[in-house]
Design a protein around this ligand. Sequence first.
Ligand SMILES: Cc1ncc(COP(=O)(O)O)c(C=O)c1O
Length: 157
Amino acid sequence: MITTPFTFVATSEAIAQVGGIPVFADIELDSYDIDPKEIEKKITNKTTAIIPVHLYGQPAKMKEIMDIASKHNLKVIEDCAQAFTSKYTYPDGKQAVTGSIGNAGCFSFFPAKNLGCFGDGGMITTNDQAVYENAKMLRNHGSRIKYSSKYTGIITP
Ligand SMILES: Cc1ncc(COP(=O)(O)O)c(C=O)c1O
């Protein structure tokens, strides 16, 4: 999975946790966000997804990233940990809130974030029914039906 090297370690950690290998594409110097041109250079037949990080509330170049993803049949997971309610502006002036553009968006409600909760917390946004069902199962011991686990769930310390 392709992501930026200029992020908190959690981004590449998430890739490693699902058995993936983080592949880093360099950033743009004016925004510090991942550079779409660098993403294209890193794509191989093993690439499955792109994880742009909207750093400091500044959305990555999502139009270019979504175009690359659709050309190469890749998923896009937006790391929105630092971009709660940020708005991305398309070249034609239309706007979209971060987390609503890719296949899924991941938010952090860690106390230091713009919207902090009491302890650790987060949110996944998606318009993909399968991602929604899987995420709900993973947070509940991999199960939809009580005492019947399809996956190993995620246990947070
Ligand atoms: C860009 C980025 N991604 C992911 C995370 C991880 O968030 P959490 O600690 O809620 O898992 C952070 C937290 O600092 C972050 O800044």
